[in-house]
Design a protein around this ligand. Structure first.
Ligand code: AMP
Length: 625
């Protein structure tokens, strides 16, 4: 099957196409039903199918004869540890950890929050939850206590799994105080916390609540994988929406297995036995799909890297890993490559390593600028592919399909729609736009398997966020256009979500934090472009009358406040004091206009603007920054 045939088939006959793809998955009960349309516009895939994701990732691989093959490589330049786990070893450890969870009273359908650094136990924890049907919610270790508490309250977990610390190139971050604070802030804190002690900073365990991971594991009995319905949730992954409340994206078991099996082969061109490196964190969707579930389901060797692109110890670290483990393909975010390029522009470090095993590089998470794209291609001599997806979809929407004869690289585009995704561009009235015309990027329903069909505990918010804007379509929140050959060009978010180093953050959430400052009357946070991070948040602040705070003081306090409330990843870059903010007559701050002014783009002031003169003042302040 070539790309064109697969794509057309997937759009004309989605049920037939995906019924065929589903045959590549080892269901315990193969589905007879493929696609059911629900009255509210959502879809159910493989409704009567039954399976277990952990079984597919481990037991099945061992049964196929891969027991002695390396499943997971843990490479940690920050601690100096390098460790390999065969499929058999990983299965044994996960089955026993699942035994621990069972003994602690966790069962099918229960929530489990995992707040851990990039250690193999984090992947084992995810797989152990999947094994017993518990719904895991991994919270990125860079989030502050407040953010962890928000996610705990939404997920209402029965158990929280954590480690005593995270390790960076220059410091050790104690996790336990953050967990303790989050537990005290949360209204639905779990009764028990399982703590993995790491030697770099041991945690104080709270009597009666905290349990030691290793001692719990010592006498644990392995448990078998339980049978799950296709529609049962495998995990919840929180992502930033346009409000302060994160959205709990729900991933269903069956659709996810079919989608990732298809994606690993058809998109990434990976085969069993290949070495795959998903450079991300288990706290993000990429960590779920491309470090743990996708590669293991397909019998690959997956690398879990606890390090950075630079400073662990230098900008050659990625290439060292590629050489050492004979990596066949990797995924990373453009920001990482920009950081490497800044420190090693001539590729001197890169040339110390043998990259002959590497077939190609895939980049996503934010726009891949053409200069970084070309630099990476020149330096590595390998095809570099931009591709586009979201936490909501769980797997790529547009990508080169390397397993289906591939697609030419077109710099500036994230490639063509992947089979299953009918990507289109609409204007504000919902009319289809022609090639080259810029508008809202949407996906005609049905979404393919694997894409989220609901939000945890809030189905109406799912419908409102994604399906109501354009009936019959999924609203991606990204703007852009399709060119005459069907290549998709993503121009950025059309809502108040920004992308800092590939991390999605809500400006509304940051505004909440900024507005709490005693001297701030009102504020707007927008994303402005940054050479390395892609985008960084900038706050425009109107001070209360009579305020005497200096701008420097205010900036230092707000930067610290945002860091404390949201986490280090939210690095608020600058605070600018303005007299007024541009608003509509109904009082809505015109953030889209502010973004355009900051980017020095042409903009049209909406007819509803209250006082157009403000725009000139703001433009001067932004230009002088
Ligand atoms: P997340 O849900 O955190 O993965 O963020 C998804 C968002 O990141 C998308 O809606 C886009 O705005 C952005 N994004 C992801 N991949 C790309 C890409 N290849 N090009 C441009 N933007 C991207």
């Amino acid at each position: 099957m070539n790309y064109q045939q697969a794509y057309e088939r997937s759009i004309c006959d989605p049920a037939g196409f995906w019924a065929e793809q589903a045959q590549a998955v080892a269901w315990s009960h193969p589905p007879q039903q493929t696609l059911d349309v629900q009255a509210d516009g959502t879809h159910r895939w493989f409704a009567d199918g039954r399976l277990n994701t952990c079984y597919l990732c481990l037991d099945r691989q061992v049964a196929l004869g891969r027991g002695a093959q390396t499943a997971l490589i843990y490479d940690s330049p920050v601690t100096g540890v390098q460790q390999r786990f065969t499929y058999q070893q990983l299965l044994d450890q996960v089955a026993r950890l699942a035994g621990v969870l069972t003994r602690l009273g966790v069962g099918k359908g229960d929530g489990v929050v995992i707040y851990m650094p990039m250690v193999p136990e984090a992947a084992m924890a995810m797989l152990a939850c999947a094994r017993i049907g518990a719904v895991h919610s991994v919270v990125f270790g860079g989030f502050a206590a407040n953010e962890l508490a928000l996610r705990i309250d939404d997920c209402r977990p029965k158990l929280l799994l954590t480690a005593s610390c995270g390790v960076e190139f220059d410091r050790v971050i104690a996790y336990k105080p953050l967990v303790d604070k989050a537990m005290s802030l949360a209204r639905h804190a779990p009764e028990q916390v399982l703590v993995l002690q790491r030697l770099q900073a041991l945690a104080q365990l709270q009597e009666g609540r905290d349990l030691d991971w290793q001692s719990q594991l010592q006498d644990a009995e392995p448990v078998a994988a339980v049978d799950m319905a296709s529609g049962d949730p495998l995990y919840v992954m929180y992502t930033s929406g346009t409000t302060g409340k994160p959205k709990g994206i729900v991933r269903e078991t069956g659709g996810n297995a079919v989608a990732l099996t298809f994606a690993m082969g058809a998109i990434y061109g990976m085969r069993a036995g290949d070495v795959w490196w998903g450079i991300s964190d288990v706290g993000w969707v990429v960590g779920h799909s491309l470090i743990v579930y996708g590669p293991l389901m397909c019998g690959c060797t997956s690398i879990l890297y606890e390090g950075k692109p630079i400073r662990t110890p230098d900008a050659g670290s990625y290439w060292r890993v590629v050489e050492q483990y004979r990596v066949n393909a990797l995924f990373c975010a453009p920001t990482a490559m920009r950081a490497i390029r800044k420190e090693d522009p001539e590729g001197r470090l890169l040339r110390n390593y043998d990259l002959s095993s590497l077939r190609q590089l895939f980049l996503a998470g934010e726009k891949l600028d053409s200069s970084t794209h070309r630099w990476l291609e020149e330096q590595t001599g390998k095809p570099v592919h931009d591709h586009w997806w979201q936490t909501e979809t769980g797997w790529p929407v547009t990508a080169p399909c390397m397993g289906l004869e591939g697609s030419a690289v077109r710099v500036g585009s994230s490639n063509r729609a992947v089979p299953g995704y009918h990507v289109q561009v609409l204007d504000e009235q919902g009319e289809l736009l022609a090639a080259g015309e810029q508008g809202d990027i949407v996906i005609a329903l049905p979404l393919p398997p694997g894409c989220s069909q609901t939000l945890w505990g809030d189905h109406p918010r799912y419908l409102q966020s994604y399906l109501e804007r354009y009936p019959g379509y999924y609203h991606t929140g990204d703007g852009g256009y399709l060119d005459a050959d069907g290549y998709v060009h993503i121009m950025g978010r059309t809502d108040d979500v920004i992308n800092v180093s590939g991390h999605r953050l809500s400006t509304g959430e940051m505004e909440d934090v900024v507005a709490r400052h005693a001297d701030v009357a009102e504020c707007a946070v927008i994303g402005v472009s940054d050479e390395i991070k892609g985008e960084v948040p900038l706050a425009l602040v109107v001070l209360k009358d009579g305020s005497t705070v200096s701008v420097q003081q205010l900036q230092a306090q707000l930067v610290a406040q945002v860091r404390e409330s949201i986490g280090a990843l939210a690095c608020l870059q600058q605070v600018l004091v303005v007299k007024r903010l541009p608003k509509t007559r109904s009082g809505k701050i015109l953030r889209a206009v502010l973004r355009k002014i900051a980017a020095q783009e042409v903009f049209v002031a909406p007819s509803t603007i209250d006082d157009p003169a403000i725009l000139e003042e703001i433009a001067q302040v932004l230009a002088a920054r």
